[in-house]
Design a binder for this molecule. Structure first.
Ligand SMILES: Nc1ncnc2c1ncn2[C@@H]1O[C@H](COP(=O)(O)OP(=O)(O)OP(=O)(O)O)[C@@H](O)[C@H]1O
Ligand SMILES: [Mg+2]
Length: 290
């Protein structure tokens, strides 16, 4: 991990040319997540209203929006922890919003979730935290250790196998949470504010892991972040296997599979490319980006 690599230059994003460089004709991959007119509220106040979007296989969708707008609610709808009041949600072609709890358990085995603040179990070792799902599936002890070690190697924390969360720094705990999310080799990864509360350098190492997962495993992902810097670093870099860190894309280029959504007052006010985001004329988006 390069750690300090990938310093952010806001001007680099603002300087993206209006016209995209020529790219190959986009291949229409199948949708992995589909929201159709989804609404949900708690009590009198609606939180999300009439939300529709799709995330296709191999896409990384960055979800932006102010605190309390409903980003975590949208993520919990995606893995079936919450059910919509109206509308339908499909994941891998299955209607998750209408599924029985038993079937949801199985489907969640294909979805890795990094919860906001990491949400590790303090009383369990790193091995048991990362292997939690495998323990529930009654995988053998040796196999759990093998797979947990592999997931920890991905986040460069193999040495923490027998430690407890209280012995780790905030950034290390977040990396353990990522290892827990990827240990089942999920086809869909949901990251809820993976850099929230971390210092800028540690945040960069976390974003580098998100990028590594995107560019090495090509896992379909939803990435919630408050930090615009993280979003643009993801959009404007790729993971370099030779250096084990991130490398900027050539000037004017962005990762074609990384797109953005923005929530504002319960509505999806943006769903599109990095280029369209930075050139948006929407007053709220312009203010958010400034
Ligand atoms: N289980 C719940 N019961 C009642 N209200 C809830 C519940 N979950 C979320 N809310 C409310 O829904 C709204 C959106 O919450 P959510 O956690 O999705 O915001 P967020 O965009 O993730 O914010 P942050 O950026 O601070 O993480 C808030 O007003 C919150 O209080
Ligand atoms: Mg949240």
């Amino acid at each position: 991990m390069s750690g300090a690599g990938g310093a952010f230059e806001p001007a680099a994003a603002a300087g993206l040319p209006l016209s995209a460089p020529p790219v190959a004709a986009p291949v229409q991959r199948e949708p992995v997540v589909v929201f159709e007119h989804v609404s949900i509220g708690f009590g009198r106040e609606p939180v999300l209203e009439d939300i529709s979007f799709q995330i296709r296989r191999g896409d990384t969708r960055v979800l932006l929006g102010p605190a309390g707008v409903g980003k975590s609610v949208l993520l919990k709808l995606t893995n079936g922890l919450l059910r919509p009041d109206s509308g339908r949600i499909f994941v891998f072609g299955q209607e998750i919003s209408a599924m029985r709890e038993e079937d949801l358990f199985e489907l969640r085995g294909s979805i890795g979730t990094v919860f906001q603040e990491g949400a590790l179990f303090d009383s369990l070792s790193v091995r048991d935290n990362v292997g939690y799902r495998l323990i529930e599936e009654h995988v053998s002890d040796d196999e759990i250790t093998r797979r947990v070690t592999e997931a920890l190697r991905f986040v460069e924390l193999e040495q923490t196998l027998n430690k407890f969360p209280s012995e780790l720094s905030g950034g290390m705990r977040r990396r353990v949470a990522i290892a827990r999310a990827i240990v089942t080799n999920p086809q869909l990864l949901l990251y809820d504010s993976p850099t929230g509360g971390l210092d800028p350098i540690t945040s960069t190492t976390i974003i580098e892991l998100v990028m590594k997962q995107r560019d090495v495993a090509h896992t379909t992902s939803l990435v919630i972040t408050h930090r615009l810097q993280d979003a643009f670093v993801l959009a404007m870099h790729h993971y370099n296997r030779e250096t084990g860190g991130m490398t900027p894309l050539p000037a004017g280029q962005t990762d074609p599979n990384t797109c953005f959504m923005m929530l504002h007052q319960g509505h999806l006010v943006f769903d599109g490319s990095t280029r369209d985001l930075v050139h948006s004329e929407d007053p709220f988006i312009k203010e958010y980006l400034s």
